[in-house]
Structure formats: structure tokens, C-alpha cells
Write a protein that binds this ligand. Structure first.
Ligand SMILES: [Zn+2]
Length: 221
């Protein structure tokens, strides 16, 4: 009832088409939600995303929920999540994606961490919000502090590829916990090159994780 009242006082509009939402719709109207650019990665085990992580045999699956196009609905969703402070949208996206991940054997949900300087600026980690939504559906524990991000920079365009890789190696601190026998779901908002996600996977492997599954809300085509 309170939510209906809030909706009445502050009517919400669809992030994509600006139509007003009804009381059961969240962030997107039903037609826009149906029209989302789904990747179908979960039903295509040998997909492009998984190939980015083929260097690590413990990575057993990788899937993105949506394709990312410049100016498209996915970009709008992520923009509202990351830069307009819509924390709940992250949880909601996780809940939308999670039912298709039910077959995965998951013990831990590991959000890709933000460096503390970025976290301070944004006030929350968008991947953690997505993880919360996923874990509610999958009934698995969210482990946010497993691997701390210790290098903030991502833009090292002036450096050579080799230098960039050596810099990348220590993006995340070593994990002190022993993850033997556990299967981890690594959650990111967008995966482009997969380099930082890959570094996180290596830390999980060093901590004896049994297997890794990677998901993201978005990826390029
Ligand atoms: Zn709409």
C-alpha cells in the first residue's frame, strides 16, 4: 500500500520510452522489457564471452544477460544504475537475470570489486547490487570483500600492452580465505575485454576455488 502511495505521489516512468509505469512494473514498461536485447548466452555454452576466458580451465561458463549498444536500452539501464544512483535497479536486474542461472552449481556470489576511491564517489558497487538480486533467487551467499581491488586505474592507454598486463596482474589483492570445494559466480555489470574479470578469476584459482562461472548484465556484440 505504501508503495502504491509513493507511486501515486512520485509517478515512475519507463527508463527507455518514458511511458508511465503501472504498479507492478519496475524501471521498464512491459513492452520495453520484452524487447530487451537478450544475448541467449546461457543457452549457448560455447559463446563469445566464454572464449575470452579460455586461458583458465576452471572457468566453466560465462554469460551476459543483454547486448550493449551505444544509445540503446542496455546503456540507459546501466547509466541509471551507475550514474543516477539507482541502486535498486541493480538488484532488479539481478533478479531478472537470475532465473536462467538456476542450473549453475553456485556456493558463492562474488561481485567484481570497485577500488575504494571509486566506491567513495559512487557510494555503492553496482556489481554488488546485481549480486544481491541474483543471490536472492539462487539462495547463495554474496561475498563482497573476498578480493579487494588495489589498483584503481583502468586507462593506461599510453603504456605498452606488456606494461599494461604487468600492471593488471596486481589489480586485486590476494584472497586469504581457502575456497576449496566451492563454486563461485563472478558478477560484473559490463564485460568488454574481460581483462580485469580474468585477473579476479586468477585470484579465485589461487585460493583453490573448485570452479568459476562468470555473468554480466551486458557485453558488446
Ligand atoms: Zn518502455
Amino acid at each position: 500500500m505504501l508503495q502504491d502511495l509513493i507511486a501515486l505521489i512520485f509517478p515512475q516512468n519507463c527508463i527507455n520510452c518514458d511511458q508511465s509505469l503501472n504498479s507492478v512494473e519496475k524501471f521498464l514498461c512491459t513492452p520495453c522489457k520484452i524487447d530487451l536485447p537478450f544475448t541467449n548466452d546461457v543457452h549457448n555454452p560455447d559463446n563469445e564471452l566464454l572464449r575470452k576466458f579460455s586461458f583458465e580451465p576452471k572457468v566453466k561458463s560465462a554469460s551476459s544477460y543483454l547486448y550493449f549498444h551505444r544509445g540503446g536500452v542496455t546503456q540507459k539501464l546501466l547509466h541509471h544504475l551507475k550514474y543516477k544512483g539507482k541502486k535498486d535497479l541493480g538488484v532488479e536486474l539481478g533478479k531478472w537475470f537470475a532465473p536462467s542461472l538456476r542450473e549453475l552449481p553456485i556456493d558463492l556470489v562474488v561481485p567484481v570489486p570497485l577500488h575504494k576511491s571509486k566506491l567513495r564517489k559512487r557510494t555503492f558497487n553496482q556489481s554488488e547490487q546485481i549480486s544481491i538480486g541474483i543471490s536472492e533467487v539462487l539462495n547463495a551467499e554474496v561475498k563482497s570483500d573476498l578480493a579487494k581491488r588495489i589498483i584503481a586505474t583502468e586507462t593506461q592507454t599510453k603504456k605498452s600492452k606488456v606494461q599494461r598486463w604487468t600492471n593488471m596482474e596486481n589489480v586485486y589483492a590476494k584472497i586469504s580465505e581457502d575456497l576449496s570445494g566451492q563454486s563461485a559466480l563472478v558478477v560484473d555489470d559490463v564485460i568488454t575485454t574481460g581483462a580485469t574479470t580474468g585477473m579476479l578469476c586468477q585470484r579465485l584459482v589461487e585460493a583453490n576455488v573448485k570452479e568459476i562461472h562468470i555473468v554480466s548484465i551486458a557485453r558488446g556484440k
